[in-house]
Design a protein around this ligand. Sequence first.
Ligand SMILES: [Zn+2]
Length: 272
Amino acid sequence: MPELAEVETIAQELKNVIIDNKITFAKTFRKDLRIPFPDNLCDLLIDSTILSVWRRSKYIIIDLSNKKSLIVHLGMSGRFYAQSNLTIEKHTHFYIETNKGSFLNFIDPRRFGLITLVDTDKLSESPLFSHLGPEPFSNGFTVKYFAQKLSKTTRPIKNVIMDQEIVVGVGNIYAAESLFRSKIHPERPANSLSLAEVSILRDKIIEILKLAIESGGSSLRDYRKADGEKGGFQELFLVYGKKGHACKTCGSLIDRIVQSGRSSFFCPNCQK
Ligand SMILES: [Zn+2]
């Protein structure tokens, strides 16, 4: 599943290519993905100009001159990228053509993705976004905010940092890597963290996500950058997927447990 860094990378790359382009054509190849496409989606897109491309949580948002915003989620296996020559693949479900000769191709074999259109001035009220916590890089993700949220729950810290209502964008890989770098065991009750630990964990979450974005995402499974190349963050993994490998800090063997159905990798010696 594409995580925050992949989506950020894709949004930035799309922005470079399609900003100020006018949409001249759009086509869907089916009626729905995870939810139905809006009625008249293509008619509403055609003749509008792309004003900005950005990311909220794991959604790509394309603001248009007609005061609508196209929202794209990649689901489990989606890809959305710009091409100068359109290649319609077996699982291309939607594409856009622009006046500058670019095509945006949406491909999603498993069809858990989402494409919808929302009034730009009502984005924050949309059910897709209204429940979400702050962006990790935003002013809202302060130590005070984070400490207050963690103090209210005994749930395991790993589950809490992956809760999108607390902070968006911390997927399974980033959770493991940020907890390792903070020396915090993934099963610790969230309210047992000291203020110093909360502060370190917040810093490490931000650091890991920045590192992941700089290296273009983690490149697992079906993820590709918007230009079709693979990302390189996985080379920086210290614990994720490393069960039985020696910890780079202390030499103990990395362990794996399952929390809420997801693998958690950690060093039993370094992480308390
Ligand atoms: Zn260790």
